[in-house]
Design a protein around this ligand. Structure first.
Ligand code: ZN
Length: 184
């Protein structure tokens, strides 16, 4: 299979829903649903150094430099839409299981130290699993879209050829009129 190139969509095209095909960007299938999605940029590579100083400085700098783009109706095919809903439900079930585990551990752990230790371990595992599933249910991940660091474009990783073919060949925005050159 030929390697599909990444595609960059101008920010205005995404936020004004101008010229975005009604096709799933991942599969090229007809969109079953449009979702309001907030795409974000990745933290710059150097900011990971801040993790040495702790999670908080990293998060603060990441938030300050983060560029966002909100799409009012980003197209998802039925399969992608189901995937988002299923993974969200799975994440919710895991969080509830984690809460039930910690409640049971507090109730029983005092009498049985081994049971308490196992309960805490199970809680941590369930909690981490729920975070992992929650991240994978993120609609921006399903669409494989990331905002560029300057905030001017949405980068789609390996979009479906059908989606790319349906994109307008020219930006659908009329720019400001070209300045008239003074006559000499
Ligand atoms: Zn899809």
């Amino acid at each position: 299979m030929a390697q599909q190139r990444d595609v960059f969509l101008p920010a205005a095209m995404v936020s004004f829903d101008a010229g975005i095909p009604a096709l799933c960007s991942r599969h090229g299938d007809p969109a079953a649903r449009g979702r309001r999605v907030q795409f974000i940029s990745r933290p710059p590579g150097w900011s990971y150094i801040l993790l040495l100083a702790g999670a908080l400085p990293f998060l603060v700098v990441g938030m300050a430099l983060r560029k966002t783009l909100v799409a009012q109706r980003w197209p998802y095919c039925a399969s992608c839409d189901n995937r988002i809903r299923r993974t969200r439900l799975a994440a919710l079930a895991l969080i509830l299981a984690a809460v039930a585990t910690i409640v049971a551990t507090i109730a029983l752990g005092g009498q049985h130290p081994l049971l308490g230790g196992m309960g805490v371990l199970l809680f941590v595992l369930l909690f981490l699993a729920s975070l992992f599933v929650l991240i994978s249910s993120d609609p921006t991940r399903v669409a494989r879209g990331v905002v560029t660091r300057d905030g001017y474009a949405l980068r789609l990783r390996e979009p479906a050829p059908g989606f790319v073919a349906a994109l307008p060949s020219a930006p659908p925005f009329a720019g400001p009129p070209a300045p008239r050159l003074p006559r000499t």
